[in-house]
Every structure is written in C-alpha cells, then in structure tokens.
Design a protein around this ligand. Structure first.
Ligand SMILES: C[S@@+](CC[C@H](N)C(=O)[O-])C[C@H]1O[C@@H](n2cnc3c(N)ncnc32)[C@H](O)[C@@H]1O
Length: 237
C-alpha cells in the first residue's frame, strides 16, 4: 500500500481512500500502556470471521448494536455507552491519540459494551455482517471544504452502500456537520442513493440534535467559531 506523509504530517493512504492523521503528539505513559494491552482486548479482529449474530461481538448480552465512525476522542461514543448499557457500541477511529484518549475513559468507567477499531472504517464495514446494525453515527466527519478535495469526503456512494448494507430496515444513519457544503453534499448523495430517505426533509428542520445529545469536541469548536451545526437523519428504507 502507498503510504506517504506530506509537509504537515498528514498520512495519505490513497490506496485505501483514507485521508487523515494517524498520529499526533506522543502518548503519555498510561495511554501508551492502554494502547498496548487494553486495546488488544477491545479491538475487533477482522482476520477472523464476523460473529453471527453480531451481538456476540460483546462479552455481555446486548439488545442491539450501533456504530460510530470517526469518534475523535470518544466523548459521544462513551456518553452513549454509559447511558445505554444494554446496547453494544462499535467505535472506529484511525487517529492513535483519539483512540488512546477514549481507552483511558473506557477503562476508568469500566464500560463493557464497547468494541473498537483503530483503522479507517472501510475494511471493518465490509467485514461486518449484513443488516445487523440498529444505528450508524457519522459526527463531524473531516470537512474537506475545498472543492478539489470533496472527493476525499467520507460520504460517497461507496460508503453509503456500505452503511445501507449494514443497517436494518427503518434504522437510522445519523450525520452531523457544521459545514454547509458538506450538509448539502450529504443530502444530495443520500437523495440519489436508492436505500435512504431523509427524515427531516428540509434543512431548516435539521437544527435540533438527537435526544440526550452531549455534543462533541469538534462541535464545541464549531460553535466557538460561530458555525451552525446541522443534524441529519436518514432512514434505511
Ligand atoms: C473532524 S474529526 C471529528 C471527531 C469527532 N466525531 C468529533 O465530532 O469531535 C473527524 C474524525 O474522523 C476520523 N476519520 C477520518 N477518516 C476516517 C475514516 N475513513 N474512517 C474512520 N474515521 C475517520 C478522523 O481521524 C477524525 O478523528
């Protein structure tokens, strides 16, 4: 696989369609230890076959499974896992420092309903069994605001096919962004995709977050910089 690093330290893995940072500043001792040991316990191994039913991925019995792709530091994922101990959460984050931050919190809270994947989402999404997710979160994906970079956005027809394959009928794909052009882009892509219908129907109906919304780290930055978040819900037909 081609794996280049550019001037500002962004790993560019064109071969797998991932554009983002894999690592930032050094981890502290605790984070490094958790990345070495604890992550092994929680990480999903896509070299073995996926469990059927998917719920068996969790050591405890869970009623349903949700996935969050690109969880950053894991604030939202951990909030959901704490408020819904009988739901299993799969968290995906290729950025090492974000994963390390989440591990510290998961361990401190003793959460047993989270499994993790520390790579870009694509291979995991292809590995997971069809039609077994009850929800999919994509919260503030990297915006790629320049037109020539739009093709790097996580929302594209291939990833929408993947999400559609994974969700049960009538279950939700939840997308948040503060970038107007990305909101329009996502509405347009889901509109053209045969398997999704947009619940809010209009942009003016998409100002209210979902129930028990804790916010995210990236959202806090957007609000400080006076950008308006939008919350879009697409139903898998
Ligand atoms: C702008 S940040 C938002 C983080 C978090 N959701 C929040 O709202 O604070 C986007 C995140 O998506 C992750 N990401 C980028 N491409 C990804 C991919 N292909 N699969 C999974 N995560 C990805 C990045 O590493 C980054 O942490």
């Amino acid at each position: 696989m081609e794996n280049k690093s550019n001037r500002i330290g962004i790993d560019v893995q064109n071969a797998r369609g991932f554009y983002g940072r894999r690592a930032g500043k050094s981890l502290n001792e605790r984070q490094a230890l958790l990345m070495k040991d604890f992550l092994k316990e929680l990480a999903i191994d896509i070299e073995v076959s996926a469990p059927k039913p998917l719920k068996d991925l969790f050591s405890k019995q869970v009623e349903s499974v949700w996935l969050e792709s690109g969880f950053g530091g894991g604030e939202h994922l951990i909030h959901r896992a704490k408020e819904n101990p009988t739901i299993g959460y799969i968290g995906v984050e290729p950025f090492r420092n974000g994963m390390a931050k989440a591990l510290v919190e998961i361990e401190a809270e003793g959460l047993d309903n989270i499994r993790l994947y520390n790579e870009e989402a694509g291979p995991l999404l292809d590995w997971l069994p069809e039609g077994q997710l009850d929800g999919f979160y994509l919260l503030y994906p990297d915006p790629w605001p320049k037109k020539r970079h739009f093709k790097r956005r996580f929302v594209n027809m291939k990833n929408l096919d993947r999400i559609a394959r994974l969700l049960k009928p009538q279950k939700e794909f939840r997308f948040a962004s503060d970038i107007d052009s990305y909101v329009k882009w996502t509405v347009d892509h889901c509109d053209r995709h045969s398997e999704f219908s947009w619940l809010e129907e209009k942009e003016e109906n998409s100002l209210k977050p979902w129930e028990n919304w804790p916010g995210t780290r990236y959202e806090a930055k957007a609000l400080r910089e006076a950008r308006q978040p939008r919350y879009l819900t697409f139903l898998r037909k």
